[in-house]
Design a protein around this ligand. Structure first.
Ligand SMILES: [Zn+2]
Length: 320
C-alpha cells in the first residue's frame, strides 16, 4: 500500500479528524492486520475506541503506543500537519517555522516535535546501500561554534557512505563514529551496506577487514599530492561539503554532539529524496517510519536550543 495525499487539498480533506489519522496509522503499522506486540496474536477487540485488547493475552495497546506519538496530548491532526509541513520543506525545517505554521504557543514544543520526527527519518537496517559505494570518514569541526566560540574539543568524526550512480551520487548514509578504528568503521559499513557490494575506500588500515566481512574491497591509495582525496573519493567529499554548508545554514553551527546524529538523519532523509517530485510520498515514508521507531521522551531529547531562522538554499542539499 502506497497510499498518500498528493497535495495540500487532498491532505486537508483526508486528515481532519482524530479517527482519520488513527486509521491511517493503523494501516501503516499493521498492513497485514493487527498483531499483538506481546504475543503476536492477530485477534483483538476494541476498547473505548482507541484501544485494542488482545484476544489471547489480554494486553491493551493503541496504534500510537510504542511510536513517536506515544503519550502525546496533542491531537493527531496537528501531528499530521507537522509531518506534512516537515516533508514539504525542501531544504530544512526549523523549530521557529514549525511553531509559526502550527500556531504552537511554545518554541520548546516545536523543537521537541522536530527532534521526534528526525528520529523517524532514517531507519537503520532498512534499504541497505548496494552496488558500488564510497566510504570515508570526515571531521566536522567547530560544533557549538555559534554558541561558545571555537572549541577544538567539539569536533566530531563521522563516517559517510555514498552510493555511486553513474558519475553522480545515489543514496547516502552517515553516522557519528567514536573513532576511526576498524571496529567503528566495519560496524558502520555492516549497518548500511549490503554484503557483496563493492566498497571503495582509501588505504587506511581500519578498512582492511572488509573482504573478510563479505565485501569486495577496492582501495585507492592517496599518493603524495598526485591526486587530492576529493578527486579520489569525489562523492563522499561532495556530500560532506554539502552537509557542512547545510549545518551552517540551518543551524549556524549550533548543533551539539548530543543532537548531531539526528541532524545527520534529517540531512540524509532530504538528500536521498532530493529529486523526488512527490512530497506526498515523503509524508507517507515519514509517517510509516514514525510508527516503526521507538518512542522518545523529552528527557532523552534534552533542552531546546534556538535554531537559526535562516532557511538554507536548495543547493545546500545538492538540488541544482
Ligand atoms: Zn497478546
Amino acid at each position: 500500500m502506497e497510499d498518500y495525499p498528493r497535495n495540500l487539498t487532498e491532505f486537508e480533506a483526508r486528515f481532519g479528524s482524530e479517527e482519520d489519522c488513527r486509521e491511517y496509522l493503523f494501516r501503516l503499522r499493521w498492513p497485514d492486520g493487527f498483531r499483538c506486540p506481546s504475543c503476536g496474536c492477530g485477534k483483538s477487540w476494541p476498547v473505548r475506541k482507541v484501544l485494542l485488547q488482545c484476544a489471547a493475552c489480554g494486553r491493551q495497546t493503541s496504534v500510537t503506543a510504542g511510536t513517536i506519538f506515544q503519550g502525546t496530548r496533542s491531537p493527531l491532526p496537528l501531528w499530521f500537519r507537522a509531518l506534512w509541513w516537515v516533508t514539504t520543506q525542501k531544504t530544512a525545517a526549523s523549530a521557529w517555522g514549525l511553531q509559526r505554521v502550527l500556531g504552537l504557543n511554545r518554541y520548546e514544543t516545536a523543537w521537541t516535535w522536530l527532534h521526534k520526527m528526525r528520529r523517524a527519518m532514517v531507519r537503520p537496517g532498512r534499504d541497505l546501500l548496494a552496488g558500488r559505494v564510497e566510504v570515508d570518514e570526515s571531521c566536522l569541526g567547530g560544533l557549538d561554534e555559534g554558541l561558545q566560540g571555537r572549541n577544538l574539543e567539539n569536533k566530531a568524526l563521522i563516517a559517510v557512505a555514498a552510493q555511486e550512480d553513474g558519475r553522480g551520487i545515489g543514496r547516502i548514509r552517515m553516522k557519528r563514529i567514536r573513532d576511526a578504528s576498524a571496529e567503528s568503521l566495519l560496524s558502520f559499513v555492516e549497518e548500511c551496506i549490503e554484503p557483496g557490494s563493492v566498497v571503495h575506500t582509501d588505504g587506511w588500515r581500519g578498512y582492511s577487514g572488509l573482504e573478510k566481512e563479505g565485501y569486495v574491497h577496492e582501495v585507492t591509495v592517496v599518493r603524495r599530492q598526485e591526486k587530492s582525496a576529493s578527486e579520489l573519493m569525489p562523492r563522499v567529499h561532495r556530500v560532506v561539503s554539502l552537509l557542512k554548508r547545510w549545518l551552517l545554514g540551518t543551524h549556524q553551527g549550533a548543533v551539539s554532539h548530543k543532537h548531531l546524529d539526528y541532524y545527520l538523519d534529517e540531512f540524509t532523509f532530504r538528500f536521498n529524496r532530493r529529486k523526488s517530485r512527490s512530497r506526498g510520498k515523503l509524508f507517507y515514508r515519514l509517517a510509516q517510519q514514525a510508527v516503526a521507531v521507538d518512542p522518545v521522551t523529552y528527557k532523552m531529547i534534552g533542552h531546546p536550543v534556538p535554531e537559526s531562522k535562516k532557511i538554507p538554499e536548495p543547493q545546500d542539499i545538492g538540488v541544482t
